[in-house]
Design a binder for this molecule. Structure first.
Ligand SMILES: [Fe+2]
Length: 145
């Protein structure tokens, strides 16, 4: 059974990540996310916040379209157990709230119990500007010599 696998995991990478790169909205998000990462790479606080954004989008993102919940997160799509788990009644699926996502820790070694949904893959792009604003507004706590 394909469940939560240890990395490096080629099934996760090929099955979970690669197909969605062909979607323009998803690809644009990944591209802009990479630029944000490069811009804030010197700031560990910012990197932590970006890690959380990545986790709840690219790895464990859901999409809500009407009454349908759809999976786009590679961490879910490549896990049989997590795919079934997201449709359980005892988990939380919240509208995407970037402040909450970027300011709350997650446990990467366990199946998730809270997920955030976006309306479409195209809407992911809007998160980049919001993330940049959050990171720019932070006091500069780390100074690189
Ligand atoms: Fe991944």
């Amino acid at each position: 059974m394909i469940d939560y696998l240890e990395e490096p995991d080629m099934f996760h990478d090929i099955f979970g990540h690669t197909p969605l790169i062909l979607n323009q909205g998803y690809a644009d998000f990944m591209f802009e996310f990479g630029k944000l990462g490069k811009r804030f790479a010197h700031n560990p606080e910012a990197v932590l916040k970006l890690q959380r954004l990545y986790w709840f989008t690219i790895e464990f993102g859901l999409m809500q379209q009407g009454s349908q919940t759809k999976i786009y997160g590679a961490g879910i799509a490549s896990s049989f157990g997590e795919t079934n788990h997201v449709f359980n009644d005892d988990i939380e699926v919240l509208p995407f709230d970037i402040e909450s996502v970027m300011n709350n820790a997650f446990v990467n070694s366990e199946i998730q119990w809270r997920y955030y949904h976006v309306d479409s893959l195209d809407s992911l792009h809007d998160l980049i500007g919001k993330a940049a604003k959050i990171l720019n507004d932070e006091p500069k706590m780390v100074h690189v010599l």
